[in-house]
Design a protein around this ligand. Structure first.
Ligand code: 5GP
Ligand code: ZN
Length: 118
């Protein structure tokens, strides 16, 4: 699925670098964030390399639905579906994006405070 050289998340998809994977389908992978900011902090990514939210093509929109489905499932898996969670995408510089392979942060396990940089 079109891995991008030097993309850390593509390397995780290809098992070239390790990650603590919690969920996987044909289109989506999810794993623990290496620097968690909440008791549950999972990153959900498409297996297709898409740099940012701005780059999602019409034909790729089903991947965004797949990510939301993954968030539902992972929230259940971690017992935070009812207590609640936040699903966050950071886009480009002002959004605080650091890794340019689109990803969503699933945060929960405590009251998530005001909007803060991730
Ligand atoms: P961004 O700021 O781009 O939305 O978030 C990138 C996230 O990726 C950060 O929360 C950071 O801790 C996480 N991250 C960066 N490199 C790695 C890595 O190699 N493994 C894992 N599991 N998470 C990473
Ligand atoms: Zn990538």
């Amino acid at each position: 699925m079109s891995a991008q050289v030097d993309c850390i998340f593509c390397k995780i998809i290809d098992r070239k670098i390790p990650a603590n994977i919690v969920y996987e389908t044909d289109s989506v992978l999810a794993f623990h964030d290496i620097q968690p900011v909440a008791p549950v902090h999972i990153l959900i990514i498409p297996k297709t390399h898409i740099p940012t939210m701005n780059d999602v093509k019409e034909s790729e929109l089903p991947l965004i639905a797949d990510i939301h489905r993954a968030a539902q499932e992972i929230a259940k898996q971690f017992g935070i579906a009812d207590s609640g969670y936040r699903l966050v995408n950071n886009c480009n510089r002002d959004g605080g994006q650091v890794v340019y392979h689109i990803h969503y942060h699933l945060l929960g396990g405590e009251l998530i405070g005001g909007l803060r940089a991730l």
